[in-house]
Design a protein around this ligand. Structure first.
Ligand code: NDP
Length: 400
């Protein structure tokens, strides 16, 4: 029998379950590339329920316990005294969401001798030291595509929020004011601007498709070229270097994974190559940007705004500079964990567990590491190595 340790974010402050705003969610059976959404044998939850917090348990409890497995669910993930650290010692499987990541560092992996499978309930397995997972022959899998469209929608919202100065204008109303000049003195139309994505995979391409009707010019930088038909439909310009992309764009959105090649890619040097007054949207991973360089660029006016939902580490300490820098539109890490996305990734985690427990192959597109090397989606989009250094700082969130 397996021991499964699942790290999820905390329940709502007002208690669980929260009242539901809508009766349900649309049923989506296929992603835009034709791949089917998750296909577990069955599910024990109603799509649209809150599944990503501790009491939701990703809808896995009855499935695992009825089969005699042990399921431990906790939000206590950081620091040597955490429940996660304790339970890891004899865990066979760890499940974690990128929104509240259980950092699986080399040190933690070395103290988890039974660990065989690390599942990311979402997309982006950079919270796992992939090199250590390769060396320890741990399989790493994520639910590819489960929330890519959720994030693409969020990017459109963030682009418009920054360019049109929505957030300060909303605050004027909340504060009882009506100074229109204050609202519009940083407000522009998106129409006619040049918009570029670093990474033109599932999210980057979906974001470009959604932004094209705004009559913008589109640009991308990626290791592989887009399908020619897709590129022609989007009328998008490919750039050979990230420098060339940022120099050509008014709005840049980051949509590549965090791995050794992209860690701190947006540093002071690259930010300095951007057009003065450009907007930067990062819903990929916080560590792709140098946090102090971004804060300085917002303060100096080099960036007209920065928005997104990803930080490093997570949860971000109270003194993280992005909480207080000017012209930001940051939220906690939420774009990929809408109730709609949760239904897909909870079903995807169950599908992965069903495969692993019955010794049948996990879908290739879900694999990041398998058999001691990068595999599946991981072999295409990641590079081996470790980007978890500094994650222990997440413990400061509670200590502060
Ligand atoms: P995909 O794998 O479909 O796309 C990632 C793209 O990034 C691929 O086209 C890949 O290129 C490209 N890429 C990789 N390395 C580089 C590099 N060094 N320079 C330029 N491009 C690069 O993944 P998704 O689009 O679904 O997701 C992308 C990322 O978004 C995830 O890895 C995750 O970090 C983040 N994410 C955030 C969420 C949130 O809630 N905020 C939710 C979901 C994802 P190629 O494969 O051609 O080599």
């Amino acid at each position: 029998m397996a021991k499964v340790v699942c790290v999820l974010y905390e329940d709502p402050a007002s208690g669980y379950p929260p009242p539901q705003a809508r009766a349900g969610i649309p049923t989506i059976e296929r992603y835009p590339d034709g791949q089917s959404t998750p296909t577990p044998s069955s599910i024990d939850f109603t799509p649209g329920e809150l599944l990503g917090s501790v009491s939701g348990a990703l809808g896995l409890r009855s499935f695992l316990e009825a089969a005699g497995h042990e399921l431990v669910v906790t939000s206590d993930k950081d620091g040597a005294d955490s429940v996660f650290e304790r339970e890891l010692a004899d865990a066979d499987v760890v499940i974690s969401q990128p929104f509240w990541p259980a950092y699986l560092t080399a040190d933690r992996i070395s103290r988890a001798p039974q660990l065989k499978l690390a599942i990311t309930a979402g997309i982006g397995s950079d919270h796992v030291d992939l090199q250590a997972a390769i060396d320890a022959d741990i399989t790493v899998a994520e639910v590819t595509y489960c929330n890519s469209i959720s994030v693409a929608e969020h990017i459109v919202m963030m682009v418009l929020a920054l360019v049109r100065n929505y957030i300060p204008s909303y605050q004027v109303v909340v504060d009882g004011g009506w100074n229109i000049a204050d609202c519009v003195s940083r407000g522009y139309d998106l129409e006619g601007m040049q918009v570029g994505t670093v990474g033109a995979g599932r999210i980057g391409t979906a974001a470009m498709k959604r932004l094209k009707p705004f009559d913008v010019g589109l640009h991308y930088f990626d290791r592989h070229p887009l399908d020619p038909d897709v590129a022609a439909d989007l009328e998008v310009t490919r750039h050979d270097t990230v420098e060339s992309l940022v120099e050509a764009c008014d709005v840049v959105t980051i949509n590549c994974p965090l791995h050794p090649e992209t860690e701190r890619l947006f540093d002071a040097r690259l930010l300095g190559r951007m057009r003065r007054g450009a907007y930067l949207i990062n819903t990929a991973r916080g560590k792709i940007c140098d946090e102090d360089a971004v804060a300085e660029a917002c303060a100096s006016g080099q960036l007209a705004g920065y928005a997104g939902d990803v930080w490093f580490p997570q949860p971000a300490p109270a003194d993280h500079p992005w909480r207080s820098m000017p012209h930001h539109g940051m939220t906690p890490h939420v774009s990929g964990t809408t109730l709609s996305a949760q239904a897909r990734y909870a079903a995807g985690v169950r599908e992965i567990l069903e495969c692993w427990l019955s010794d049948t192959p996990i879908r290739d597109e879900y694999l990041i590491v398998a058999g001691g090397s990068l595999a599946g989606a991981g072999a295409h989009s990641y590079s081996a190595g470790n980007v978890t250094a500094g994650s222990e700082d997440a413990a400061r969130f509670r200590a502060d």
